[in-house]
Design a protein around this ligand. Structure first.
Ligand code: PLP
Length: 404
């Protein structure tokens, strides 16, 4: 082809059955067959283009899966009812009783809770490590290890995983590298850097309208077929299926993701630079002070920036709560968990999204009480937002105390 793909999503072309510019929504849970033999073949996974039952697949889910696979550069993908509905089947498909996972210790609290509290009930143990230290990661690998698990940019500390380095380790020890890319869609493409499986919570930036939960697993055709296998596929048997109406709406939102990510990144970068200059302890991968700034740069797709997530540390939970309440009162965002909305969202992860992590472990990983996690919105005038946020901080004496 003469032209390189624009961004893989732009070049997809789907029509509805009546020539609609959006694919028709498949509003059926089950599908008819003209011959009993084709039904049997479909059960066996040998009848391409035929649909059986919507927990297995549906045209709408396949459209969305295809678009997300194109975005991540994997052979295919399967969509799920939530991000956790993508993560848990993947890990259960890859590991059986007696096997072992090496995971980053700074990951989404729900994933941490699954690995720490639930997976051991299935005989699957996890060693949590500082994912930024490849020697520590390698030292944790045992003959029983099957999976290396991390987030490209971690929730909530914004640690950055060296995906190429981890992929080399995974290859050397014959493991699967599973990367949750929820915080950095488009900015980082883990599969291109060597990840075997890429997961997203679609609930966040990809859907972008905070109106649904959803997830996706992107990987090889072979692995996705295993997940969907009617006899022993974890996605098929655990049943975390996305509804077709939802997948149609997520697909429509996906089309504006590139523009939204550019604006989220632009706004977050602007605020991070200003906050840091004001003397606030600020963590953002786009800042030269971020310990993995250069690593992020070496992995990123430049035009989408360093993402929409940043953290500041205001010293104590009381101050964090007061600031978040005041910012909400001034309509600068919402005191809410989740991310990727048009409006800025903020929360104190130690007492919310990471509360599953015991306090002593929070301290060890550097998750302090006064940490506020921001998902920066699509504000049209980010300088005005900054001025208003700064005045909230001044009113609460946060800047004076934190000035260095
Ligand atoms: N992965 C990350 C990085 C997350 O932040 C979250 C949720 O906050 C999840 C996975 C889980 O996604 P969901 O809430 O869609 O199940």
């Amino acid at each position: 082809m003469k032209f390189k793909p624009a961004n893989n999503i732009q070049d997809l072309q789907y029509f509805g059955e009546f020539g609609g510019v959006n694919p028709s929504i498949s509003d059926s849970s089950t599908y008819t067959f003209l011959s009993a033999k084709t039904m049997f073949d479909t059960f066996e996974g040998n009848a391409d283009g035929c649909y059986l039952y919507s927990r297995h697949s549906s045209p709408s889910n396949l459209y969305l899966g295809e678009a997300l696979a194109a975005m991540e550069g994997t052979e295919t993908a399967t969509v799920t009812a939530s991000g956790m509905g993508a993560i848990t089947p993947v890990l259960m498909q890859l590991c059986k009783a007696g096997e072992h996972i090496v995971s980053s210790r700074t990951i989404y609290g729900g994933t941490y809770a699954f690995l720490k509290n639930f997976a051991p009930r299935l005989g699957i143990d996890t060693t949590f490590v500082d994912i930024t230290k490849l020697d520590v990661v390698e030292a944790a690998i045992t003959p029983k290890t099957r999976v290396l698990y991390c987030e490209s940019v971690s929730n909530p500390l914004l640690e950055v995983a060296d995906i190429k380095g981890l992929a080399e380790l995974a290859k050397k020890h014959n493991l699967k590298l599973v990367v949750d890319n929820t915080f950095s869609p488009l900015s980082i493409s883990p599969a291109n850097l060597g990840a075997d499986i890429v997961i997203h919570s679609l609930t966040k930036f990809i859907n972008g309208s905070s109106d649904t939960v959803g997830g996706v697993v992107c990987g090889t055709q072979e692995f996705i077929d295993q997940l969907r296998n009617v006899n022993d596929g974890a996605a098929m048997l655990l049943g975390s299926t996305m509804d077709s109406l939802r997948s149609a709406s997520v697909l429509k939102n996906l089309r504006t993701l590139h523009i939204r990510m550019q604006q989220h990144s632009h706004n977050a970068n602007y605020l991070a630079e200003k906050f840091e200059k004001d003397g606030l302890k600020t963590v953002y991968p786009g800042l030269a002070s971020h310990p993995s700034h250069e690593l992020f740069k070496s992995m990123m797709n430049y035009k989408y920036g360093f993402g929409g997530m940043l953290t500041i540390d205001v010293g104590s939970l009381d101050k964090a709560n007061a600031l978040m309440e005041l910012m909400q009162e001034r309509n600068l965002g919402y005191l809410a968990v989740s991310l990727g909305f048009y409006k800025t969202l903020f929360s104190a992860p130690g007492s919310s999204t990471s509360s599953e992590i015991p306090e002593d472990e929070q301290i060890e990983m550097g998750l302090s009480d006064g940490l506020i996690r921001f998902s920066i919105g699509l504000d049209a005038d980010i300088h005005r937002t900054y001025e208003m946020m700064k005045s909230c901080m001044e009113e609460l004496n946060i800047l004076e105390v934190e000035l260095i």
